[in-house]
Design a protein around this ligand. Structure first.
Ligand code: IMP
Length: 180
């Protein structure tokens, strides 16, 4: 284990199993609706999850796009977001499946969901690998959740602290001494 990690919360094996499980569920749900979702991943944290999850979604002609957003006014954000990198696709009439790494306050997710509807999406569903329900401020809920975790700062499998630790193959709690 990395020296800065206090505890491994979700192992590489558990993540792989969860991607299979979520992929099967998503495949079943969209087949039943006869819809082909466009996967939209938020950079950068969702990339490992997008990569593993999409291989477990067995729908023909599945496509994905990425976007990058940041909050206005940092910690004081009321949920206004700025688009740093926009989607290449038009969303008019499209069913979007938004792929997230973690939902904490839910502020980002709520704003992004509204933004995607404003861009013309006909439906927006959310899949998140991790959910920290104790941190929730905004009224938003993911439709597919990998793991509910306690309210601790985690890194790995795409999640960072100062852009580091994204390459860890598991999700772990960062030692407080690293950021305090
Ligand atoms: P929210 O708007 O508070 O739900 O924040 C969501 C974003 O904050 C995620 O997409 C992450 O980029 C970041 N974030 C929230 N909790 C953590 C964490 O424990 N580790 C790393 N990043 C986090």
């Amino acid at each position: 284990m990395h020296k800065d990690i206090q505890e491994e919360l979700v192992t590489q094996v558990q993540i792989a199993e969860k991607c299979k499980e979520l992929g099967a569920l998503i495949t079943k749900d969209y087949e039943a609706k006869n819809e082909n979702p466009l996967l939209v991943a938020l950079l950068k944290g969702s990339i490992p999850f997008l990569s593993d999850l999409m291989k477990e979604i067995h729908i023909d002609n599945l496509e994905f796009d990425v976007m990058s957003v940041s909050s206005y006014d940092g910690a004081k954000s009321k949920g206004d977001i700025r688009i740093d990198l926009d989607l290449a696709y038009s969303l008019k009439g499209v069913s979007v499946l938004l792929v997230e790494d973690i939902v904490d306050t839910g502020t980002t997710l709520k704003a992004v969901k509204e933004l995607l509807y404003n861009k013309g999406a006909k439906d927006v569903k959310i899949v998140t690998l991790l959910d920290k329900p104790e941190g929730r401020v905004a009224d938003v809920k993911a439709d597919y959740i990998g793991f509910e975790i306690k309210n601790e700062f985690v890194v790995g499998y795409g999640l960072d602290y100062n852009q580091k630790y994204r390459n860890l193959p598991y999700v772990g709690v960062l030692k407080r001494s690293v950021y305090e």
